[in-house]
Structures are given as structure tokens and as C-alpha cells.
Write a protein that binds this ligand. Structure first.
Ligand SMILES: Cc1cc2nc3c(=O)[nH]c(=O)nc-3n(C[C@H](O)[C@H](O)[C@H](O)COP(=O)(O)OP(=O)(O)OC[C@H]3O[C@@H](n4cnc5c(N)ncnc54)[C@H](O)[C@@H]3O)c2cc1C
Length: 375
């Protein structure tokens, strides 16, 4: 197989890069290891199946006033958004021997917004405008080799068969740490570059989210917003997860770390989370209609072993992410490499935009023409 540009990764960054290349009439192919698009964006119904209107097991929020590029994309795609529900009291659970306390929250300066339908709606809307045959799913890039003006990518399909894709340029829209851990390079990346990729935490990779779906938002009836913080656990913070179409739910980020989660198991964690929801929001919380749980640290398409112990926010750093012989042929473009919003959805969109603009400039200046449709 040959094409002009390979995009590695079908999360928001990879898909947005594909959208921009498609609009610029540059030939591309997107290679995605999972059997679905979206990467860390995963919106599901209460049965846990990917859905057009559901619960965000990955990202839920964006901040339109601070993130105009993402807000612009949401508008351009014709999607609507709504404010994170925060009317009502907040609950604080300080110690296990104390009853959780409720208090009036201070009004937030930068209100969080959610995309109607869930952030999965963003993925669907971007993917809708792209030719299906150029989106290759269940295909993992395992190696890249620089051969003169070309890059050869080895792609492993779900059945174990390997295929080679020859391109002029690669946009790697995957977290740098995952790139370093799962793709081999010939020639190897310079030691300082490989170290930096390895040391860059993948945002939220160590985390897990727990959802409880209910018949009605009973906490709102009691004057509670659904927001709670806890020093007790197993969840550290909880929020109203009710969907735009009114599917009531609560969710929480686990404070129990990845190793402890693996040791405890999902059943014990579920029981502990329901106990906590009942302590914080009242006895109705103990009997949800459905529960959902996603442990991102246990997902090898997002997290490496390093993410189970070393998380944190990637630090913005303007130094180049690729140096040496690879510089002309490889660009990194996932949310982690953003100099302004590393780790966020807005960072993924911004980085894809930057990588594509730089690539189009290179191609215009007479860069590689491998696989152009006119060849
Ligand atoms: C629980 C959680 C909550 C979050 N909350 C928020 C939030 O509220 N707001 C916010 O702005 N951000 C949030 N984030 C972060 C946000 O999800 C990410 O910034 C964004 O989705 C990253 O997009 P991306 O395309 O850069 O990377 P990813 O979504 O990670 O996409 C990378 C893709 O590459 C694929 N891949 C990996 N290796 C290979 C390979 N070798 N070959 C082919 N494909 C490969 C993966 O399967 C994946 O689809 C959250 C993340 C999580 C996990």
C-alpha cells in the first residue's frame, strides 16, 4: 500500500488531521489500533455500548471561552453544548467517621461545558465527512523505517497479518509515551527524544471513572448539584452525569490508584462506590438502573506500565518533539504535545491543526510526492 501521508491514531487529533488533509486534497490513510474511532473519547449507552447520546467514560468537559479553536470546531460541526449541571449544594466528605457536609458552592468563573450527545458526538461528526476506506481500524503500527525519502510502516492487523504502508510523511497522533513504548524506529530516535517521549505522562491514563445511571435525578430534588468531593473514597470527586436528553446519572473519578484497583477488582470497587454514593447523595443512590466502569490504566491502547505509577499533567515545552533524520518525515500531533493545552481535547485539535499546516507548507515547498493520486 502507498499513500502520501499516514496518520497513526484515530483519536480526536488523528481524525481532525484527516479532516484538514482531506479538505486540502492531500492523500492520506489513517491507521487505528482499536476497532473503533475516538481513542480516549468513549461515549456509551447504559449497556456500555458506543452510542450517539450517552455517558462519557473518557473526557466530558471543555471550556469554550478559554478554548476558542475547539469551540469553533463544535460550532462548525453543527453540534450543540450545554453547561455542566451545577445548580444546588455541593457535598464534602472529609473523614469516614463524619457525616458528609453540604454547602453552597462559590460560583465558578469558567463554567465547564459538555457536548450534547457526549464527546463521542464530536468523533462521529468529524468522521462522517471522511471516506470510510481511508480509515483502517483494528490495525496497529508496530514499526517505522526511514528509506531515503519514504517511510515504511509495518501495520499489524487483528488477525496477526503484517502489511507495509509506504508514505512520504507520518503524523503520529498518539501519546508520545505510547509511541515510544509500542513502535520501533529504524534508525532509532535520538536518545534524548526517546527519553522525552517516555517521560511525558499521558493525561488521565492512570484514571478510572465510575457511573451510576438512575431512573430520575433524585439528588436534584434534594437540592444537591451532584458535585461532591471526598477525602475518604473510593471516589475523589463526583459530578452529575445526566445526558442532554435527560438520562439521569452520577459519575466519579476513583481516588484508589491503578495498582489497588487491579488488586481489588471491579466487583469490590462497584460495591464501595455505591456505598459512597449512598453516603453522599442518600439511600436512593444505592440502587442504580445500570453501572458503568472504565479503567483507562488497564487499557493498553492508552496506558503503558509507566502510567500506572507516574501520571500527572504533561508540562508545556516548546522544544521540538522530533529531531535528526526523522524530522522531515515525522510529526507528533496528539494532545500531549500541545504547548498551550497539553492533555486536553483542545490540545488535540490545536496540535492536529499545527501538524497539518506545517506539512502542507513542506509539501508546497516540493516535499515528497509518494503516492499522490496524480502519480
Ligand atoms: C477519563 C478521562 C477524562 C478526561 N477528561 C477530559 C476533559 O474533561 N476535558 C478534556 O479536554 N480532556 C479530557 N481528557 C483528555 C482527552 O481525552 C484527550 O486529551 C484527548 O482525547 C486526546 O486525543 P488524542 O487524539 O490526542 O489521543 P487519543 O485519544 O489517545 O488517541 C490516540 C489513538 O491512537 C491509537 N493508537 C495507539 N497506538 C497506536 C498504534 N501503534 N497504531 C495505531 N493506532 C494507535 C489509540 O487506539 C487511540 O485511538 C480525559 C481523558 C480521560 C481518559
Amino acid at each position: 500500500m502507498r499513500t502520501q501521508v499516514a496518520i497513526v491514531g484515530g483519536g480526536l487529533a488523528g481524525l481532525y488531521a484527516a479532516r484538514l488533509l482531506h479538505a486540502a486534497k492531500v492523500e492520506w490513510m489513517l491507521i487505528e489500533a482499536r476497532d473503533r474511532l475516538g481513542g480516549r473519547i468513549l461515549t456509551v449507552d447504559e449497556a456500555g455500548q458506543p452510542a450517539d447520546d450517552g455517558f462519557d467514560l473518557g473526557p466530558s468537559w471543555y471550556w469554550p471561552r478559554m478554548q476558542p479553536v475547539l469551540a469553533g470546531l463544535v460550532a462548525e460541526l453543527g453540534l450543540s453544548s450545554f453547561e455542566q449541571h451545577s445548580d444546588g449544594d455541593v457535598v464534602f466528605e472529609r473523614m469516614s467517621r463524619e457525616t458528609p457536609q453540604r454547602f453552597r458552592p462559590v460560583v465558578q468563573d469558567q463554567q465547564s461545558f459538555r457536548v450534547a450527545g457526549g464527546t463521542g458526538a464530536l468523533v462521529h461528526a468529524v468522521a462522517r465527512g471522511l471516506p470510510r476506506e481511508r480509515l483502517v481500524l483494528s490495525a496497529q503500527v508496530t514499526a517505522m523505517a526511514l528509506r531515503g525519502e519514504h517511510v515504511e510502516l509495518v501495520i499489524r492487523h487483528a488477525d496477526g497479518a503484517d502489511e507495509t504502508l509506504v508514505v512520504g510523511h507520518v503524523i503520529a497522533a498518539i501519546p508520545p509515551r505510547l509511541l515510544e513504548a509500542t513502535v520501533s524506529f529504524t534508525p532509532e530516535q535520538e536518545a534524548s527524544v526517546a527519553r522525552r517521549w517516555r517521560d511525558t505522562p499521558t493525561w488521565m491514563a492512570p484514571h478510572a471513572k465510575f457511573f451510576a445511571v438512575y431512573d430520575r435525578p433524585f439528588w436534584r430534588d434534594a437540592g444537591l448539584s451532584g458535585t461532591a468531593q471526598s477525602m475518604v473514597g473510593p471516589m475523589a470527586e463526583m459530578h452529575d452525569a445526566t445526558t442532554a436528553s435527560g438520562g439521569p446519572g452520577l459519575f466519579g473519578f476513583l481516588r484508589v490508584d491503578a495498582e489497588q484497583r487491579a488488586a481489588l477488582g471491579e466487583e469490590a470497587l462497584t460495591r464501595a462506590c455505591l456505598d459512597q454514593l449512598a453516603r453522599v447523595f442518600g439511600p436512593d443512590a444505592r440502587t442504580p438502573r445500570a453501572i458503568l466502569f472504565k479503567d483507562w490504566a488497564a487499557d493498553p491502547r492508552t496506558a503503558t506500565a509507566a502510567d500506572r505509577s507516574a501520571g500527572g499533567h504533561p508540562a508545556p515545552d516548546p522544544a521540538p518533539w522530533v529531531t535528526g533524520p526523522w524530522k522531515e518525515h515525522l510529526a507528533l500531533a496528539g494532545s500531549e504535545t500541545s504547548p498551550t493545552e497539553p492533555g486536553y481535547l483542545a490540545g488535540a485539535v490545536g496540535e492536529a491543526g499545527r501538524a497539518v499546516a506545517e506539512l502542507i507548507k513542506k509539501l508546497g515547498a516540493g516535499g515528497s510526492r509518494v503516492g499522490r493520486s496524480s502519480d
